[in-house]
Design a protein around this ligand. Structure first.
Ligand code: BGC
Length: 477
């Protein structure tokens, strides 16, 4: 998911008037709702498979390798979608890119619903992935371009929150449809938010920044007049957009990547951070929670699906911990706490599966470990890695850097989704979770050595430090 960073105020001028939250024009709220829908769809696409999988496995009698493919094919599509989304949203414009992705969502869901074999199901998942890749890059970008600067800061966390709400929504619909044993309905419901995204995208204006980039300055001004309260605000932002565009034309992401070793390092750090996020093992829980609960002694598919709903709810609620503390405590301490928690809970889960979850106490302890693991992720690496990835890219190369790290997120996601069932069957649950515990310990050292603390430091300062040759881990301080 590409969470665009709040663009920094370029010339240090103060905006003409600090308008109260209540004055923010309805069109802006509509646009926020649209980006929220894209986040929701992102989450629903991730969440749907965990509930559908046990029924799909029953119906088509699939091998564990094919099971991994059914889960991971979406990530292949999403990686391709995310890597090409920069180009798509530039060529078509943000609005049309969102319309396009909503159509892809609908087609992908319908192909999956109609699939009579695993081949078509995989194709449906790839189309859904392409939709997620394009939408998850474009929606936050559109959001950051249409919302006034004073409310932009909250959009990154808001978007991540919507992803978790989407996962929860899918878990609830999975549990509900498990009673009629219909994995097809679980995919079918994706059409509802996708159709809402389509009609929502039809009714919002083009991004003023994109219009200006296409030299359609009069239209850009017209749109801004719909989005801002006063003519002064409109003129202020028009001049900001012009400045930003002038800066961008000097930049060229790839050239910067080739010529500037510091930018190269920040791109690699972004990629590394996203790989770290995926290899915490969070998506193992998101995709395979029902199976993990069954392995921990919870009999029956519906029971394990309801246990999964609790996992989704925990994910949503714990995201608020990150939102509350990210700017108070700082990024690194929260990451340490999260990795420690994830390592300990995975180690205990591994131990319980090793001795066998024979008593109710052991079964509930296993479930508690899964939930605490989710808390560890949602309060730290979940939202924080996205925030950091946006913060460490200089404005000049942000699109390039974000496309690279977002692509890495989906590629990491692909490998983890693919590897888990093979490992679970091959080396067994205790070793698989034990390995995840060790990996999370490794990430504590990764954070110590490579991650900069960016709390309370302006994006301009980070960019200046970065481009002036400071060591990456010191760019924030
Ligand atoms: C990750 C997703 C994950 C989600 C869980 C996001 O930050 O990128 O891969 O499924 O969090 O809430």
């Amino acid at each position: 998911m590409a969470h665009a960073a709040p663009p920094s105020s370029s010339a240090g001028r103060t905006p003409p008037r600090a308008v109260a939250q209540a004055d923010i024009v309805p069109m802006v709220w509509l646009s926020c709702g649209l980006a929220a829908l894209a986040g929701l769809l992102f989450g629903m696409d991730i969440g749907v498979i965990s509930g559908a999988l046990p029924f799909i496995v029953d119906e088509f009698d699939v091998s564990s390798a094919m099971e991994g493919w059914i889960v991971s094919s979406m990530m292949v599509g999403a990686a391709v979608g995310a890597l090409s989304a920069g180009w798509v949203s530039k060529a078509m414009g943000r609005k049309r890119a969102l319309l396009f992705s909503s159509l892809l969502f609908i087609v992908g869901a319908l192909v999956a619903v109609a699939a009579q074999g695993t081949g078509l199901l995989v194709i449906g998942r790839i189309i859904l992935g392409l939709a997620v890749g394009v939408a998850s890059f474009t929606a936050p970008l559109y959001l950051s371009e249409v919302t006034p600067e004073r409310i932009r800061g909250t959009t990154i966390s808001f978007y991540q929150l919507m992803v978790t709400v989407g996962i929860l929504a899918a878990f609830v619909s999975n549990a509900a449809f498990s009673y009629i044993e219909s994995w097809r309905w679980m995919f079918g419901v994706l059409v509802i938010p996708a159709a809402l995204l389509f009609f929502g995208a039809l009714s919002v204006p083009n991004s003023p920044r994109w219009l200006a980039a296409k030299d359609r300055l009069d239209e850009a001004r017209d749109v801004l007049s719909q989005l801002r309260g006063t003519p002064e605000e409109v003129e202020y932002e028009m001049s900001e957009i012009r400045e930003a565009l002038a800066r961008e034309s000097e930049s060229r992401g790839f050239a910067l990547f080739k010529n500037n070793p510091n930018f190269r390092r920040s791109v690699f750090l972004g990629v590394g951070l996203q790989i770290v996020q995926q290899f915490t093992g969070m998506n193992v829980i998101m995709y395979y929670a029902p199976q993990i609960f069954q392995a921990s002694g919870f009999e029956g598919t519906s029971a394990s699906l309801w246990a999964t709903v609790i996992t989704g709810l925990t994910n949503v609620l714990a995201t608020f911990i990150a939102i509350a503390f990210i700017d108070r405590i700082g990024r690194k301490p929260i990451l340490y706490a999260g990795f420690v928690m994830m390592a300990i809970t995975m180690a205990i889960l591994s131990f319980i599966l090793h001795i066998g979850p024979t008593t109710a106490t052991l079964q509930y302890t296993a479930m508690a470990m899964v939930l605490l693991f989710v808390v560890g992720f949602a309060m730290s690496a979940g939202p924080l890695i996205w925030t950091l990835c946006a913060e460490i890219q200089p404005l000049q190369g942000r699109d390039f850097g974000m496309a690279a790290s977002t692509g890495a997120n989906w590629i990491g996601n692909f490998f983890i989704g693919m590897l888990f069932p093979i490992m679970f069957v091959g080396i067994g649950g205790p070793w698989t979770f034990g390995l995840l515990a060790v990996v999370n310990v490794g990430f504590i050292f990764f954070t110590l050595k490579f991650v900069p603390e960016t709390k309370g430091i302006s994006l301009e300062k980070i960019e200046k430090n970065l481009l002036s040759g400071k060591a990456l881990k010191d760019i924030g301080i």
